[in-house]
Design a protein around this ligand. Structure first.
Ligand SMILES: Cc1cc2nc3c(=O)[nH]c(=O)nc-3n(C[C@H](O)[C@H](O)[C@H](O)COP(=O)(O)OP(=O)(O)OC[C@H]3O[C@@H](n4cnc5c(N)ncnc54)[C@H](O)[C@@H]3O)c2cc1C
Length: 319
């Protein structure tokens, strides 16, 4: 019996979510009474570092067919490794890679699956984990009765915890299938923490009124070293790129701090942000629905409040 963690990587490095997934895997393995192993597909020169976060073995397969993420190929290989090591639990991050892996893995392993779990397994009544449902308005407990389970873990829920030392990645004998997907071009947003991994997010909505006004939002974000996001209409109108759109039809995030500026707080927006640990809302309408979800609220004109907030943070940083 073992826990196997699929560690996501991009551009030759592990993603932050890989360390979170291994931390989760290590804790889950302690509950199940077994070891945790990790699998890295493609290049990641820091793969051995997963040992510091609890992986007793790190398997790495650096094959050209695995270098670009393809859920069919990766699920095939991860399932073979899971079978080889007798994994009864396969864990991955609930990131863009993990979301497209869990279903395929579950079918291949004949496993029950929970995507987007936010708790460690409880073995009190068989295997169960919890996850948020109904746009974060309720928490459901999922009991998994199959012998094997596949779980993807919500980001920023289990911070990476160093518990050991690095290990030397090793190979494992599996059959690597030919890629059925041909990647023609990869476009990567540079110079900013990707939204799903961001701990601080400054987000703005239609209240900014014009894309030319984005400067005050960007300055607040830069001052905090935060990632920027926006509501859907702001992306739809082309004021901001689509990858910044958060919500039900955009990116779902769970940062430590979410500052929502000139955003009404429609249910479709909240669905993607209401798991943020602290929510600050700035809106001139005291009746804006977002205030009900806020930990802190400022009723005021964003063109007045945001520059003052930025100036106050700068003053605090320099004192
Ligand atoms: C199927 C479906 C899916 C959707 N998915 C998403 C999604 O994923 N993400 C998403 O965001 N939306 C989504 N929407 C749209 C959603 O319903 C709302 O229309 C949208 O979130 C509103 O965006 P907003 O808050 O920026 O704009 P508005 O609703 O126009 O709100 C602007 C806010 O700014 C405030 N404001 C204006 N001027 C100022 C000022 N000077 N200072 C301070 N505050 C000011 C106003 O009081 C208001 O509260 C979806 C809708 C549907 C039907």
């Amino acid at each position: 019996m073992a826990v196997l963690v699929y560690a996501s990587n991009a551009e030759g490095k592990l993603k932050k979510s890989a360390f979170e997934a291994v931390t989760y895997g290590k804790k889950a393995a302690s509950i199940l009474g077994c070891d945790v192993h990790a699998i890295v597909l493609g290049a990641a020169d820091d793969a051995g570092k997963l040992g510091e976060f609890g992986a007793s073995k790190v398997f790495q397969l650096n094959d050209a067919n695995l270098s670009n993420f393809d859920s069919q190929t990766h699920a095939n290989v991860v399932a073979q490794v899971a079978d080889k090591i007798g994994a009864t639990l396969v864990v991955c991050a609930h990131d863009s890679f993990g979301k497209s892996l869990v279903g395929r893995l579950a079918v291949r392993l004949n496993a029950g699956t929970v995507s987007g779990a936010n708790s460690l397994p409880s073995m009190d009544n068989g295997f169960s984990v919890t996850k948020n449902v109904f746009s974060g308005k309720a928490v459901a407990t999922y009991h998994v009765s199959s012998e094997k389970r596949v779980v993807s873990v919500m980001g920023n829920t289990f911070p990476p915890e160093a518990v050991g030392s690095a290990v030397q990645p090793e190979s494992i004998d599996v059959t690597i299938p030919a890629n059925r997907v041909r990647v023609k071009e990869v476009k990567t947003v540079k110079g900013t923490v990707p939204l799903p991994e961001a701990e601080l997010v400054v987000s703005a909505g239609r209240g900014v009124k014009d894309p030319g006004n984005w400067g005050i939002i960007q300055e607040l974000a830069d001052t905090l070293a935060a990632t920027t996001a926006c509501s859907r209409p702001v992306a739809d109108m082309g004021w901001r790129p689509h990858h910044e759109h958060v919500g039900q039809t955009g990116v779902a995030i769970r940062p430590n701090l979410y500052i929502a500026i000139g955003i009404s707080g429609a249910i479709q927006h909240l669905a993607g942000v209401n798991q943020s640990k602290t929510i600050v809302v700035i809106n001139k309408d005291p009746e804006a629905p977002f205030f009900k979800a806020a930990d802190y609220g400022i009723v005021g004109d964003l063109f007045d409040v945001v520059p003052k907030l930025t100036a106050a943070i700068k003053k605090h940083q320099s004192s």
